[in-house]
Design a binder for this molecule. Structure first.
Ligand code: CAA
Ligand code: NAI
Length: 699
C-alpha cells in the first residue's frame, strides 16, 4: 500500500508521496498525506512544506481501479487533503515531475505554489473517463489559468507542457536542474518574503472571450454527439464564473457524481484498462528479446503500402518501398509527398520535418533491395498465389533472421509461413487499417510458428509506429474483418427488406458509430468487397439467403466516391453523400426478384440487426481463441471501425445491454432468418447470468 513520508531540510518539511507506479490517490495515500501534513504543521521548526512524489511516475490522480468499489469506511480522501492544505498557515509548495493529472492536478491547484521540472505535463483528463474533475479542478483552474485555457483543457482533456503551464499561470516556476533543490530554493524565498501566500480559490476567474462557452458548446455538440461528460465539464467551468467558489464546488460535485454513475463513464473506464490489458500477451514478457528494427521495407506501393511506408517515416525509421509496377511506385511517392505538403500547409508539421520524412522513404527497384532490412511487410494484391510468389522471392532476398510480415486482410498467414519453411518462426501478419498513417489499430496476427521474438518485435514496432497493437489468431479476417462480414451482410439484407442507405447510416451514426456502413462502403470502394465476394462465391452456402444489392451497384460501375456514385451520389469534388432515387429503385427491384415485401424498418431494429450480429460473431471469435479477451475485441472495434469509445466497444456494450436479452433476441431472429445461430459461448454466458467481462476475469 502506498503512503507518504516526511523529512526535514532546514526550515522546510518535505512530504514525499510514494505509491508506484503513478502515485495514484489509492485508499491510504490521502490519509498518509494528511498525517504528514499535520506533523509538519505541528513542528515549529517547519516554516514551509514541499510536497513531491517519489520516482518518475508523476501524480496520475485518483486510482481508477478503485472507482465503482466502495471507498473504505473512515479512510480520508483527496477531498479531505485539499482543504487541509488550504487551511495551512505555512505555505505548501508542490514540486511536480512528469505527468500531473486529474486529482493530481487538483491537489497541486490547492497548494499555495507550484514548481515543476521542465518535462512536466499537467492536465484534467477526467472527461476521457466520462466525468468532470470532482475535486475542485473546474473551479480552481479557471482562477489560475484564465477561463479559456481552463475550459479547453477540461472539456478536451488535453495536457499542457510545463513552459506553457507557467505562461498561463498554472505553474509558478519551471525548474531547470535538480527539482528538489529548485523547490527548496523556491520555498526559502517564500519564507523570506512572508505572507500573504495566496490561494487559487481567493482569485477571480478572468474571462476574455464572452463567446467562448457558446462556441465550445456548439463544437462539442458536433464532435461529442451522444456524450454527456464534455458538456458536463463545460457546465462546471461555467459555474466558476456564475457562482461563488463554495457553491461552484458543490455544483461540480453534483455533476461529477451524476456522470460517475453513468454507463458512459463505466464504458470509458473499461476502455482505459482494455487499452492497457491488450499489451499483456501470453508468452511475451518484458525480457522477451525483440529485434531492433533499424530499417524496413514494404512490398506493394498501393493504398496500403504507401500508408504503411508513411507510418515508418513518421516514426523516423528508414523504409524501402517496392512495387512491380514502376508507375504505381512513382504514383505512391508522389502521393506521399503531396500528403506531407498538405500537412505542412495546414501547419501540422514543419517543411523541414516533411522533407526529412520523405527522405526516409527510399524507392527499391527489385526485391533484392530488401537486403539489410530487419523487417519486410508485404502489401501486394489480396491473392494467395501472388503472395506465395512474393514470399518465395523474399526468402532468397531477406537477411537471415529478418521478419516477414503480411498485411493481408483475410488470407491464411499460417499457410504463408509454410511457403518459407526455414523462416517459419519469422513470419506473422501485421494488418494495418486504411488509411494506415491515420488509423491507430494494428492487428498482429500470431501464426502457429511465430517465435516469441518475432511477436515481441511486431508489438514493440507497433508501439513505435504509434499504433495500438492487438494480437489476433489466424482465421478468415482475424478479429475485425471476420466480424465485419456479418455486419455488412445484415446491411444488405436490411436494404432489401425496406431500409434506405441513409436510414441505415442514420440509425448507426445515431448510435454513435463514426460513419454509417453505406457511407463507409462508398469511401472504401464497393469494388474491393465485390471482387472478394466473386472470388469466394464457391465457398458460399447456396441454401442460405444472399443479397445481390451491392453486386448490382457494382455492375452499374457504382464503386462509391471514386466513381461519383455508390450507395449514394456525389457531386463533383464533394464527399457529401446525396440519397439517390436510382439506388432506391435498384434495391426495390432486387427485393422484388427475391420475393421480399418491403416494409418500414425502425432505427432500433437496424441497430439490433447490425450490432447483435457483431456481438454473436465476437463471441465466436473469443471462443475460438482468435482474440485473447473480449476487451481486445472492444479495442479493435473502437480503433479500427469507428465504434463509439464512450460505449466501451462491442462486447462491453453487449454486457451493458445484457447477454440474456441479446441471446433471446438472436434466438428469435434465428427462427425466421439465416445466419443467426446463437454462438455457444453467448448461450452459456447468458444461461449462467454472466458477462463477457466475467469471461475475461476468469481467463
Ligand atoms: N489509477 C490507477 N492505475 C493507473 C492510473 C490511475 N490513475 N494511471 C495509470 N495507472 C496504471 C496503469 O493501469 C498501468 O498499470 P499496469 O502496468 O498494471 O497496466 C500503470 O499504471 C502504468 O500506466 P501506463 O501504462 O498508462 O503508463 P504511461 O507511462 O504510458 O502513462 C499516464 C502514464 C499518462 C499517467 C497514464 O497512465 C494515464 O493517463 N493515466 C490516467 C490519468 C488520469 O486519467 N487521471 C485522472 C484520474 S480521475 C481523477 O483523478 C479525478 C478524481 O480525482 C476524482
Ligand atoms: P492496391 O491494389 O492498392 O495495391 C497493391 C499493389 O501491389 C499494387 O500497386 C501492385 O502493383 C503491387 N503489386 C502487385 N504484385 C506485386 C509484386 N509481385 N511485387 C510488388 N508489388 C506488387 O492494394 P491495397 O488496397 O493496398 O491492398 C494491399 C494488401 O493490403 C492486400 O492484401 C489487402 O487485402 C490488404 N489490406 C487492404 C486494406 C484496404 O483498405 N485497402 C486494408 C488492410 C489491408
Amino acid at each position: 500500500m502506498g503512503g507518504a513520508s516526511l523529512e526535514h531540510e532546514g526550515a522546510v518539511g518535505i512530504i514525499t508521496i510514494d505509491n508506484p507506479p503513478v502515485n495514484a490517490m489509492s485508499p491510504g495515500v490521502p490519509g498518509a498525506i494528511l498525517e504528514r501534513l499535520a506533523e509538519a504543521q505541528a513542528d515549529n521548526a517547519v516554516e514551509a512544506v514541499v510536497l513531491r512524489c517519489a520516482g518518475k511516475g508523476g501524480l496520475a490522480g485518483a486510482d481508477i481501479r478503485s472507482f465503482g468499489t466502495p471507498w473504505p469506511e473512515g479512510e480520508p480522501t483527496l477531498r479531505d487533503v485539499i482543504p487541509a492544505i488550504e487551511r495551512s498557515a505555512k505555505p505548501v509548495i508542490v514540486a511536480l515531475n512528469g505527468y500531473c493529472l486529474g486529482g493530481g492536478l487538483e491537489l497541486a491547484l490547492s497548494c499555495h505554489y507550484r514548481v515543476a521540472s521542465r518535462k512536466t505535463e499537467v492536465g484534467q483528463p477526467e472527461v476521457l473517463l466520462g466525468f468532470p474533475p470532482g475535486a475542485g479542478g473546474t473551479q480552481r483552474l479557471p482562477r489560475l489559468a484564465g477561463v479559456e485555457t481552463a475550459l479547453a483543457m477540461i472539456v478536451d482533456g488535453t495536457y499542457v507542457a510545463a513552459e506553457d503551464a507557467a505562461r498561463s499561470g498554472i505553474i509558478d516556476r519551471v525548474i531547470n536542474g535538480d527539482l528538489l533543490e529548485g523547490a527548496l530554493a523556491f520555498a526559502s524565498e517564500r519564507i523570506a518574503a512572508g505572507p500573504p501566500h495566496s490561494l487559487a480559490r481567493e482569485r477571480t476567474p478572468v474571462l476574455k472571450d464572452p463567446n467562448v462557452f457558446a462556441a465550445t458548446r456548439e463544437r462539442l455538440e458536433r464532435r461529442a454527439r451522444g456524450q454527456r461528460a464534455p458538456i458536463a465539464c463545460l457546465e462546471c467551468v461555467e459555474s466558476a464564473l456564475t457562482l461563488p467558489f463554495d457553491e461552484g464546488i458543490r455544483k461540480e460535485r453534483e455533476i461529477f457524481e451524476e456522470c460517475m454513475a453513468s454507463p458512459e463513464s463505466a464504458a470509458l473506464r473499461h476502455v482505459f484498462f482494455a487499452e492497457r490489458a491488450v499489451r499483456k500477451v501470453p508468452g511475451i514478457g518484458k525480457d522477451t528479446p525483440a529485434r531492433a528494427v533499424e530499417r524496413a521495407a514494404i512490398i506493394g506501393a498501393g493504398t496500403m503500402g504507401r500508408g504503411i511506408a508513411t507510418c515508418f517515416a513518421n516514426a523516423g525509421i528508414p523504409v524501402g518501398l517496392m512495387d512491380s509496377d514502376s508507375g504505381a511506385l512513382e504514383r505512391a511517392l508522389a502521393a506521399i509527398r503531396s500528403d506531407y505538403e498538405r500537412r505542412v500547409k495546414r501547419g501540422r508539421i514543419s517543411a523541414a520535418d516533411a522533407e526529412a520524412r520523405v527522405k526516409l522513404i527510399e524507392p527499391i527497384e527489385t526485391l533484392e533491395g530488401v537486403a539489410g532490412t530487419d523487417l519486410v511487410i508485404e502489401a501486394v494484391f489480396e491473392e494467395m498465389p501472388l503472395k506465395e510468389e512474393v514470399f518465395r522471392a523474399l526468402d532468397s532476398a531477406c537477411d537471415e533472421g529478418a521478419i516477414i510480415a503480411s498485411n493481408t486482410s483475410y488470407l491464411d498467414v499460417d499457410h504463408l509461413a509454410d511457403v518459407v519453411p526455414h523462416r517459419r518462426g519469422n513470419v506473422l501478419g501485421m494488418h494495418f487499417f486504411s488509411p494506415a498513417q491515420v488509423m491507430r489499430l494494428l492487428e498482429v496476427v500470431r501464426t502457429d510458428s511465430a517465435s516469441p521474438e518475432t511477436l515481441a518485435t511486431a508489438l514493440a514496432l507497433g508501439r513505435r509506429l504509434g499504433k495500438i497493437a492487438v494480437v489476433a489468431g489466424v482465421c478468415h479476417g482475424f478479429i475485425g474483418n471476420r466480424m465485419l462480414e456479418g455486419y455488412t451482410r445484415q446491411v444488405r439484407f436490411l436494404l432489401e427488406e425496406g431500409a434506405s442507405p441513409s436510414e441505415i447510416d442514420a440509425a448507426l451514426t445515431g448510435f454513435g458509430m463514426a460513419m454509417g456502413p453505406c457511407a463507409v462502403a462508398d469511401l472504401a470502394g464497393l469494388d474491393v468487397s465485390w471482387r472478394k465476394r466473386k472470388a469466394d462465391a464457391h465457398l458460399r452456402d447456396p441454401s442460405k439467403r444472399y443479397s445481390a444489392v451491392a453486386d448490382r451497384l457494382c455492375e452499374l460501375g457504382r464503386f462509391g466516391q471514386k466513381t461519383g456514385a455508390g450507395y449514394y451520389r456525389y457531386e463533383s469534388g464533394s464527399r457529401a453523400p446525396v440519397p439517390d432515387p436510382e439506388v432506391d429503385a435498384l434495391i426495390a427491384e432486387v427485393a422484388a426478384e427475391n420475393g421480399i415485401t418491403r416494409r418500414a424498418i425502425g432505427a432500433d431494429e437496424i441497430v439490433q440487426r447490425c450490432l447483435y450480429h457483431l456481438v454473436n460473431e465476437g463471441a465466436r471469435v473469443l471462443e475460438d481463441g482468435i482474440a485473447l479477451r473480449a476487451s481486445d475485441i472492444d479495442i479493435v472495434w473502437i480503433n479500427g471501425y469507428g465504434f463509439p469509445r464512450w460505449r466501451g466497444g462491442v462486447m462491453h456494450w453487449a454486457d451493458h445491454v445484457g447477454l440474456d436479452a441479446i441471446h433471446d433476441t438472436i434466438t428469435g431472429f434465428n427462427e425466421s432468418q439465416d445466419y443467426w445461430e446463437p454462438a455457444p459461448l453467448l448461450g452459456r454466458l447468458a444461461a449462467e447470468g454472466k458477462s463477457f467481462a466475467d469471461f475475461d476475469r476468469a481467463a
